[in-house]
Design a protein around this ligand. Structure first.
Ligand code: ACM
Length: 525
């Protein structure tokens, strides 16, 4: 990318500093003289440009004006393509052309990043200057996401809205909400009220940090934890996400990670035992039984999920399902014999297939973690590859669409530095900012034809050790800034150059009050 020559302009702003857009645009040409905004900033937005002008109005004092005299003009030109935009700033003003409404919105996001960082606090200064630039930009991938685990720790609606804003600021367009777990069920389902009455509350939470741990036994915090989203909460989240061009993909887990549901409705389990909502982490052996009544129960649950969420993709989990209870259960073994299935993996596949048929009959596409490959993949299913890239490679070769989410680069619940003393307690592993930045979503093994099945990638925020929104922000950023670039820009970037832009970008995060992890200052120097 071309950066402006350094040297202070009359506003005292270093021109090289202000061209610090994250994610890095596909092309930036510094053209010379820029444009000085006068307040109020007159904006002319053509029909169909959606929320682009609204985004500017949140940060600048704007007023609508006729296109001939407007300081910012926003228009559409479908030929640019989905989510693409062009932004031109010269002494006549700023012109944003979107390939569609999402592209226009991303053009407006870029414009905000051309202004002083204080614009993110709504205080851009009296007459901020936009540098003279010509930017042409479009995303490399259509699925640019983050997974937020609101099940291990419930996250309030207002934080989900803020998190959507932070994703959109980085031109990420998918929020995968992990809504159900052993430790909590977080979504109102009208037909089965106990899912939230019972399943959304746990009595206490294990304390596993070394400074919490008693040498002899497990210790618990003796503090109830709970919460769930009503359907109105979800409608609010979806309405907000729509203004940010973020798609919200719901995940309801089957047949593992389901202890909260079994606690609410013991007939879903294999033993009939009354379980509690889980209070400790890890892989839990209690799973759903494969009875027809359980299939019907979950078809009904997914009907309500599909009625509520407009996402074309519905995630059914499918990961980490230990089969011990099916091996021990006479009824599960009888089902396997009746269905002519040789292994418990095939029984899991049968379960997922039953969900896939139902979800597809409602016009949606099933997504599952890569374990759904074991025992045979449901036709049309999308595979989310988390145990490295192998699942994604196998699925793409089998002609299935894939979302890459490998733990090696995208598990942002992992530590971000080697420091185990001052870093907050994490789940383990290490994904430094540099490693996050080095990620390439397309596995090298794939041919160009197979690679077309890679829809994109997402980073994961499993929340066992993120009890509060601030903990989520600390783990999500700045690695999320690095990740955004790996799914937006088609080419790998230079990490040192990225760090230079990130130092400017951090001032935007400061203006927004984001609780991000400190930048690696030495390398950034
Ligand atoms: C996963 O991390 N179990 C998807």
């Amino acid at each position: 990318m071309t950066t402006a020559s350094s040297g202070r302009d009359e506003t005292g702003t270093d021109a090289a500093d202000v061209i610090a857009i994250i994610p890095r645009p596909v092309s930036v040409e510094v053209t010379g003289e820029g444009f000085r905004f006068r307040s109020p900033v007159t904006v002319s937005a053509a029909d169909g440009t959606g929320t682009a002008a609204g985004l500017l109005a949140e940060r600048l004092t704007t007023t609508e004006g006729p296109s001939a005299s407007a300081q910012v003009t926003i228009v559409l030109e479908a030929a640019l393509g989905a989510e693409a935009y062009e932004l031109i700033c010269d002494p006549a003003g700023v012109r944003i052309t979107g390939g569609d409404a999402a592209g226009a919105f991303y053009g407006a996001q870029t414009l905000l990043q051309l202004l002083p960082p204080a614009v993110f606090a709504g205080t851009p200064g009296a007459e901020p200057v936009v540098p003279g630039v010509r930017i042409g930009d479009r995303p490399a991938f259509g699925w640019r996401g983050a997974m937020l685990d609101v099940a291990r720790h419930f996250m309030p609606v207002d934080f989900v809205l803020r998190f959507i804003d932070l994703l959109a600021m980085h031109k990420l367009n998918t929020l995968h909400l992990h809504l159900t777990e052993d430790q909590g069920w977080r979504l109102q389902i009208d037909r089965y009220p106990k899912l939230t009455e019972v399943g959304s509350q746990r009595a206490e939470t294990i304390m596993v940090r070394p400074d919490h741990r008693h040498p002899e036994d497990e210790r618990y915090d003796r503090t109830p934890h709970g919460g769930f989203y009503t359907k109105d909460d979800i409608r609010r989240i979806l309405a907000h996400a729509a203004t940010r061009h973020v798609r919200v993909v719901p995940e309801v887990e089957v047949p593992g990670h389901s202890q909260a549901a079994i606690a609410a409705y013991p007939e879903l389990g294999n033993t009939g035992e009354q379980l509690a909502v889980a209070t400790k982490w890890g892989i839990i052996k209690h799973i759903l039984n494969p009875e027809e009544s359980t299939i019907t129960f979950y078809q009904n649950v997914f009907d309500e999920v599909i009625d509520l969420f407009d996402s074309p993709y519905i995630h059914v989990g499918g990961d980490e399902c230990e089969k011990d209870e099916w091996i021990a259960s006479e009824r599960a073994q009888a089902s396997m014999a009746e269905l002519d299935l040789a292994t418990e993996e095939e029984l899991q596949s049968w379960f997922i297939r039953r969900m896939a048929e139902h979800i597809q009959s409602r016009g949606r596409t099933l997504v599952g973690w890569d374990e759904i490959l074991e025992g045979g993949l449901a036709p049309g299913a999308v595979v989310m590859s988390w145990r490295g890239e192998a699942g994604g490679i196998a699925a793409a070769r089998a002609g299935h669409d894939v979302v890459m989410a490998p733990y090696t680069h995208t598990y942002f619940d992992y530590y971000q530095t080697e420091d185990r003393v001052t870093e907050p307690y994490g789940i383990g592993g290490l994904i430094t900012l540099e490693r996050a930045y080095s990620y390439r979503p397309i596995p090298e093994e794939l041919t160009a034809e197979e690679a077309r099945h890679v829809l994109g990638a997402q980073f994961q925020l499993w929340s066992e050790y993120m009890p509060k929104p601030a903990n989520v922000e600390f783990m999500a950023f700045p690695r999320g800034c690095a990740f955004a670039e790996t799914v937006w820009h088609p080419e790998p970037g230079d990490y040192t150059e990225f760090l230079g832009r990130l130092r400017v970008h951090a001032r935007r995060l400061d203006a927004l009050g984001v609780a991000y992890h400190p930048l690696p200052h030495e390398e950034a120097g």
